[in-house]
Design a protein around this ligand. Sequence first.
Ligand code: ZN
Length: 169
Amino acid sequence: MPVDSDPEVAAFGAAGALAADEQYIRNALDLAREAMKRNEVPIGAVIVRDGVIIAGAANRTVRDQDPTAHAELLAIREASSKLDRWRLDDCTLYVTLEPCAMCAGATVLSRVKRVVFGAWDDKAGMAGSVGDLLRHPRLNHRPEVRGGVLAEECGRIVEDFFAAQRNSR
Ligand SMILES: [Zn+2]
């Protein structure tokens, strides 16, 4: 997949920007691991503005009995609520798994500046796998996208979760 140009690379050098991305993906992974203990699909997301995490969430579809309670959507809502504005054009969304169509759509609507995700999702990912809603040429906002950060670790917890579910049936 293409790696997009990145302003942080210019500011901190390629190694520094990647290290920062990995750290925030690790923060999202922590949220995903906590969600797994509650029997939720282990996906976590954080939103960062000026080097500070302003929102973080994991999937809550089971707890809330809400099919739209995905980590990214919850984090976007929390960030908008905290900043008291719907436009998140100075924020970066970090999520452990490639966003689905709903979350990619919400990301475009929120004008998030940049999206960094962990594992690719062959079945539902809309940042290049199934389609690319985040960078759709007809849409009026296209965030920068970096995928595959700590991909193995992020993918493994989801695989382990579904393997455990199959075994418990
Ligand atoms: Zn989603």
